[in-house]
Design a protein around this ligand. Structure first.
Ligand code: NAP
Length: 340
């Protein structure tokens, strides 16, 4: 039997990474996941074993902020999924809290991967590396890059700087040391959790279902399903035409009120009613004075942005599922895992 392809997945404890790992294992690959805290290994093995067969899964310790462990993480690997990066619920005042691990961690991953002879790195970037700091511009393609400076927060800055660092790194490799790079740039990721420790992106659904918010702010997001994001990573790992490209990985836009209505028609009928009351913008502005988690959204009240997903559909033969499934399945898994 041919030996399994070895894929290193950074940040193996994360919401998206766990789906990437599950799909890689399903496809028969050997997965080496990096964790900064090895005490997570056993609970994660237990969670993944409820999804798939995990005999080809190992974990190694590596932190984006340290050189230790990255050579061991990459040794013998064919491909790398670089998913790890800090994803905060509240933006820190000091941008470097996010930029330093995102940028320096990416460079640690890229250097160790190139040294180990990895063929291709698939990096989880973000639409935050595309759409921030453009003023009133409302539609975006992969040709757009977020503009650093006023109006671009710490998270968007960290993702933009880290993705640029990765592209600069591969462009600077000597001719005899070829390593390919693909960036996947998802928007707001929803869908079922494999482990109860979810991402900041599912906070809106958690807060609505837990009735921690009194209604729906005049905000909207372009959504994509975590299973479809993982599938894009797995296809991008080997798709011949993907090398050297970044791909917006986005499905459809929904206002928060539409999300709440979808929740009400599903889990709302099963004992988890969700408020669909509209929260006026003035109220959001008042709350934002005191609550930094609300403040970061104030500039985006009433804003709608659109993202072109033609490239990923064409090159990766990618087709997103309806976002209503992603919304409902997020809520159902939060309930099933006892998070709400
Ligand atoms: P998540 O669940 O919070 O996962 C983040 C992962 O990064 C965790 O495994 C975390 O490890 C790891 N990490 C953070 N700081 C680290 C450090 N210093 N050293 C090593 N690992 C570190 O978030 P996620 O939503 O899955 O995000 C995964 C990736 O997708 C990120 O690159 C994020 O920017 C990108 N993304 C997410 C979304 C979204 O809506 N969720 C959208 C676009 C892009 P610990 O468990 O130890 O904290």
């Amino acid at each position: 039997m041919p030996e399994a392809v070895i894929v290193t997945v950074t940040g193996a404890s994360g919401y998206i990474a766990l789906h990437v790992i599950a799909q890689l294992l399903d496809d028969g690959h050997a997965v080496r996941g990096t964790l900064r805290d090895m005490s997570r290994a056993e609970p994660l093995r237990a969670a993944l074993s409820r999804q798939t067969e995990i005999s080809n899964l190992t974990f190694v310790q590596a932190d984006l902020t340290s050189d230790v462990g990255w050579d061991a993480a990459m040794a013998g690997s064919d491909f790398v999924m670089h998913v790890a990066s800090p994803v905060p619920i509240v933006e820190p005042k000091d941008y470097d809290e996010l930029i330093a691990p995102a940028r320096d961690g990416t460079l640690r991953v890229m250097e160790a991967a190139a040294k180990a002879g990895v063929k291709r790195v698939v990096m989880t970037s973000s639409n935050a590396a595309v759409n921030s700091g453009h003023g009133g511009k409302s539609s975006f393609t992969e040709a757009d890059w977020s503009v650093l400076g006023d109006g671009t927060g710490a998270y968007a800055s960290s993702k933009t700087i880290a993705e640029r660092a990765a592209w600069d790194f591969v462009a600077g490799l000597p001719d005899d040391q070829v390593m390919e790079l693909v960036a996947i740039n998802p928007c707001v990721v929803l869908g079922p959790l494999i482990d109860p420790d979810g991402s900041a992106s599912i906070e809106l659904i958690r807060k609505l279902v837990a009735r921690e918010v009194p209604g729906c702010p005049n905000l909207g997001f372009t959504i994509v399903d975590v299973r479809d994001v993982a599938a894009a990573h797995v296809t991008a790992m080997t798709a011949p035409h993907a090398a050297g490209h970044r791909y917006l990985c986005t499905a459809e836009f929904r206002w928060v009120r539409e999300i709440a209505q979808t929740l009400n028609q599903s889990v709302g009928q099963r004992g988890y009613p969700v408020s669909t009351r509209r929260l006026p913008d003035w109220l959001m502005r008042c709350v934002g004075v005191f609550d930094p988690a609300v403040r970061r959204f104030i500039p985006h009240l009433g804003e709608r942005q659109d993202f072109d997903n033609n490239a990923i559909r064409r090159d990766l033969n990618w087709k997103p599922r309806p976002v209503e499934d992603s919304i409902v399945h997020t809520a159902e898994s939060l309930i099933a895992l006892g998070v709400v």
